[in-house]
Design a protein around this ligand. Structure first.
Ligand code: SF4
Length: 147
């Protein structure tokens, strides 16, 4: 069906109909890549390998729990950055357990914006305000605003 890829079809079949179909959404790809240490650079080759693994690990029974579980695992535990291997049920058999910590990044240097106090006189008449439009040297250039 247009718009329904293999992974979506697998999710529909496994979650809605409890049929044993594999899925491979972004979260499941991450879990299976780490679980099996897939480092293939070519996206098409990597996806082919991951589909094979997904088919191998997809159970014949308990498919709803498996599908929902591996998607949740990918989104909440095996996160893109800093996976929580301590809480992962796969941490005894996963090839990447406790190895995928992001290197610490240097703390961002906060740019402090200068604060300027200004005083101004608002010249006005009953119908007009005299304003200065901002340019490079001053905050406002002169301009008359009429109400
Ligand atoms: S053990 Fe860690 S890297 Fe492996 S699947 Fe679980 S969270 Fe991901």
């Amino acid at each position: 069906m247009p718009g329904i890829g293999e992974s979506t079809a697998g999710a529909i079949m496994s979650i809605a109909y409890q049929k044993s179909y594999p899925i491979l959404d972004a979260n499941v790809k991450r879990v299976l890549s780490r679980y099996s240490s897939i480092n293939e650079q070519s996206t098409s080759k990597r996806d082919k390998q991951l589909w094979e693994i997904s088919r191998e690990v997809t159970p014949m029974t308990g498919i709803f729990e498996y599908t929902q579980g591996i998607m949740d695992l990918g989104s909440m535990v095996c996160k893109p950055k800093d996976p929580s291997c301590n809480f992962c049920p796969l941490n005894q058999i996963c090839s990447s357990a406790f190895k995928t910590k992001e290197p610490l990044k240097a703390a961002k240097v906060l740019k402090i914006k200068p604060v300027k106090d200004i005083n101004f006189t608002l010249a006005y008449t009953k119908n007009d305000f005299l304003l200065f439009k901002r340019n490079e040297k001053t905050f406002w250039d002169h301009r008359v605003v009429t109400f």
